[in-house]
Design a protein around this ligand. Sequence first.
Ligand code: SF4
Ligand code: SF4
Length: 258
Amino acid sequence: MDAQLTALGLDEAFRFACGPEVACFNDCCRDLNQALTPYDVLRLKRGLGVPSGRFLAEFTRRHTGPGSGLPVVTLAPSDPETLVCPFVSAAGCRVYPDRPASCRTYPLVRSVRRYRETGAAVASYFILTEPHCRGFGGNRTQSARQWTADQGIGDYNTENDRMMEVISLKNGLRRGPLSPSSAEGVYTALYDLDAFRRRLFDDGVAAESGVGEDLLEAARHDELALLRAGLEWVKQLLERTFARWTVALCRCRIRDTG
Ligand code: SF4
Ligand code: SF4
């Protein structure tokens, strides 16, 4: 049987139970190709009690999103053959309270559509049935709404939807890679929060960052506010960069046709 994706209403019941008692325990923590969102990185580095730079160097790899051209971070497997997650142990997930959103959400898949006119976001749910996962044979039933609450996914969805806004903005402005210096700035603002804090407040970038004063003040002491400031800073950078592009393109077209 191949993997199957089936639409699921928010209050529709599905049968699933996972834990040390299932025969496939930890199987889904191997053969890893797992992207981390900025909020995933914040939670993991805070849970492990390490600076963001060290977390990124030890546990992640950096890529460029094939469509958006934005920096993307994935978990670095601890074994190149089995692609096993660096946080899995015989007893289960070593970072369970701060595990990434995708680990929490499985076997559900959440898709978000945003209305252009109002900006309102509407989430849809699907259930992903995969042959290796034995969790579907259990006798526990719940709805997507209950699963989201039980797994503590609400805060993750809120912050990850903010990141989706950044990706949508980039795709709407211009697809493809950023310049190396912009890519470095975006990576720092989204993922390397300790370095971003230093850039903002020690290097004096805060005053001209375009981020609101209240958010900046909160970002001095609060990592979640710092991440939101980073997302805001990235939006402003993208708008400035691609507004210049549009002007330059218009000038070229005028020259070509003039
Ligand atoms: S973070 Fe935890 S739950 Fe997610 S793949 Fe790694 S060990 Fe598994
Ligand atoms: S494969 Fe499915 S049932 Fe098995 S540990 Fe992973 S999520 Fe749980």
